[in-house]
Design a protein around this ligand. Structure first.
Ligand code: SF4
Length: 155
């Protein structure tokens, strides 16, 4: 079962979006220097259709995007829950922050509007760093992925 630790309304994770960001636990990536070690634990509340529906009932009118932050232990479930958001609230954008370097086999990118790929590497920095290894992609309806990482660079 997918679980989430907490959520927040954020403005910087996806460009020009007001995002309901859901911090998913059970991360398997074990990045050295992990910035959120609590998300490696199998803890938190069940994250399923009912949980999403309740959150969208509360916050759906004030957001433009739903962000799945993590979920690499169960990518097929993340894809399935993204499809549920799409079906329930088709006007909302959907983003996924994965710590993997590549999209797992069988995952349909077009289920999402944004996908971030890449593990945390402390010496290279986050998306705002010019040396970052991480990439944020804007996904087209056909599943094409445009690298928009440059939009994060600090001026
Ligand atoms: S992907 Fe994020 S939460 Fe997971 S180990 Fe790496 S830094 Fe930590």
């Amino acid at each position: 079962m997918v679980k989430y630790y907490n959520y927040d309304i954020v403005f910087a994770e996806f460009p020009d979006e007001t995002t309901l960001a859901l911090n998913i636990t059970g991360c398997p990536n074990r990045c050295p220097g992990c910035h959120s070690p609590h998300l490696q634990n199998d803890c938190g509340r069940p994250f399923d259709e009912q949980a999403i529906k309740e959150l969208l009932d509360c916050y759906g009118a004030t957001i433009t995007c739903v962000g799945f932050m993590g979920g690499d232990a169960q990518p097929a479930e993340i894809e399935r829950l993204a499809a549920f958001v799409r079906q329930t609230r088709p006007e909302l954008h959907i983003g996924w922050y994965s710590g993997r370097s590549e999209l797992p086999d069988g995952i349909r990118a077009e289920r999402f509007d944004y996908i971030k790929l890449g593990p945390w590497v402390e010496t290279l920095g986050p998306l705002t760093s010019p040396t970052t290894n991480q990439r944020l992609y804007r996904v087209g309806p056909d599943g094409s992925m445009e690298d928009i990482t440059a939009r994060f660079l600090r001026k």
